[in-house]
Design a protein. Structure first.
Length: 243
């Protein structure tokens, strides 16, 4: 959390600004965004623009991000309101580095209380790349990875090491894509196996919709943060009996 003297020492100038309008909408590329218009003495900026959730008017599926909701509450707390609609007309302080610079830090008009939009997301997601504001994605193979190799089209013994790892990750909010050469009935059996073993699949041999929306197309290459396959140089393929 920033302090006024630290911001000044870092080269920021502090300007008073009035919140002239507040908009929480999902008009921009299927992203839920909070846009706050700030007006100072001879200058104005739109504060916000970060993707806080995914969805659009008429969509069949919506996805909200916990840290996006936290960001909204942090901003409300900084401004000093308990209702989002009450922000309009309030005054805040903006930390800026000059004309044309992006404003990412705002502060309460009286208290030494600040919120850094950019720093907040960097702190929460230090290792994530690609689609902003979304959960980690794992693409996992089936034969030789989740189950024993060499039994296709039947299903081999369970590889508990991989299964338990994926389930633990899923409990943290990670999305799971089944990434396999199986098709038809063998694929249906693999999907059923995952369901019976408590592994919920978010996609099968396909990209997540949020990735398609972000990149603008559904490529043949699966987008994921982590790939688990028995062909990996240092894979999870052994042992099959580890609990």
């Amino acid at each position: 959390m920033h302090k006024l003297d630290e911001l000044i020492a870092a080269g920021y100038s502090i300007e008073n600004a009035k919140i002239t309008s507040v908009s929480l909408n999902m008009k921009d590329y299927g992203c839920l965004t909070l846009n706050i218009c700030l007006e100072g003495a001879g200058w104005g900026v739109v504060y916000g623009g970060y993707c806080l959730g995914k969805g659009y008017l008429g969509a069949e599926k919506f996805e909200g991000y916990a840290k996006g909701m936290e960001a909204i509450m942090q901003i409300m707390n900084t401004v000093g309101v308990s209702d989002l609609h009450d922000m309009e007309g309030k005054y805040v302080r903006a930390a800026t580095k000059g004309l044309g610079a992006t404003v990412t830090i705002i502060g309460n008009i009286i208290k030494d209380l600040w919120f850094d939009y950019e720093g907040f997301f960097d702190e929460k997601e230090p290792e994530k790349e690609g689609v902003p504001g979304r959960a980690k994605i794992i693409a996992v193979d089936f034969d030789g990875t989740l189950v024993e190799e060499g039994k296709w089209p039947e299903i081999g013994a369970t590889n508990h090491k991989v299964l338990n790892y994926c389930k633990r990750e899923q409990e943290k909010g990670t999305r799971i894509i089944l990434w396999t050469n199986r098709a038809g009935e063998p694929l249906d059996n693999a999907i059923k196996w995952c369901e019976e073993h408590g592994l919920r699949l978010d996609a099968v041999n396909d990209n997540l919709q949020e990735s398609v929306d972000f990149f603008g197309s559904n490529t043949r290459k699966i987008y994921a943060d982590e790939f688990i396959d028995d062909r990996m140089k240092e894979g999870f393929n052994l042992p099959y009996t580890e609990s």
